[in-house]
Design a protein around this ligand. Sequence first.
Ligand code: NDP
Length: 283
Amino acid sequence: MANDLNLERSISNYAVFGNPVKHSKSPRIHSLFAEQTGIKLNYQAIEVPLEKFSEYVSLFSSQGGLGLNITIPFKEEACSICTTLTERARLSGSVNTIRFDKQLNIYGDTTDGQGFINDLTVNNEINLEGKSILILGAGGSVRALLEPLCKQKPDQIVIANRTVSRAEELADKFSELSSIIACAYSDLAGHSFDLIINGTSLSLSGELPAIPETVIKESTCCYDLMYSDVATVFMDWAKQNGAVKVLDGLGMLVEQAAESFLIWHGVKPDTTPVIKTLRSASN
Ligand code: NDP
């Protein structure tokens, strides 16, 4: 077991725990937020061995760490070690933000869903009220964005997933908040949507979910939760099939980080210049 995480004693320490985590943009984003708000902090990416998540959380807190972001594959496990969970973290079964206090309480929250909504509705001015939404995938990130998505009062949400039972489980769980149905990709023929969200992990391997191009109509906006320096295959596919707007998950990443920053520091940073800096760095 590592017994020293090399935290700086003279400054507030934060980190993102993940595996792998080397390519995380979170340290860069939080240092840009810190610069902008004049808050001094140290934020690092720590690769946590798969079996040692709770051990590392205790170690980080005992060495004076104040807050953590949690990423793949620990978001669900993080839920189980928190002493207090926000309602949205409990509902989604996922924690991406942890805050420690002096009594050693561990507060868990998820800001992924709110980050997604902020990017869509504020940064991109997309109004979801009365709209039809197709979500591809039924994993952790989709689970985290369903509650804030339902609050936007869409007309209908359809969740399509390779494993239909996982989509059905989510549709059942959130059915009181909105009209939600689950289906297989093959059931989508003949239907089109205002917004299509790719919440599968297929973009990571350069693949597309097996959906018909007729899900796109003239006014359709497509959003891939994944971000990379080049357009994903899903984004290329959406452009080729006439989507009016095609977005990646970089805005969501910065927005969820801003919500975490607010939880830890009580200040909401301006995300626009940070998104711009990251985009220009990747071009
Ligand atoms: P999960 O592993 O929890 O879910 C993966 C989903 O992809 C499941 O629905 C799974 O279907 C589907 N899938 C995987 N392989 C295949 C396949 N071969 N064919 C069809 N479907 C497949 O992943 P997450 O929800 O955590 O992440 C999903 C995406 O969201 C990733 O690209 C991630 O990078 C991105 N993300 C972006 C964030 C941001 O801030 N921008 C934040 C969090 C995530 P099945 O249920 O059938 O296995």
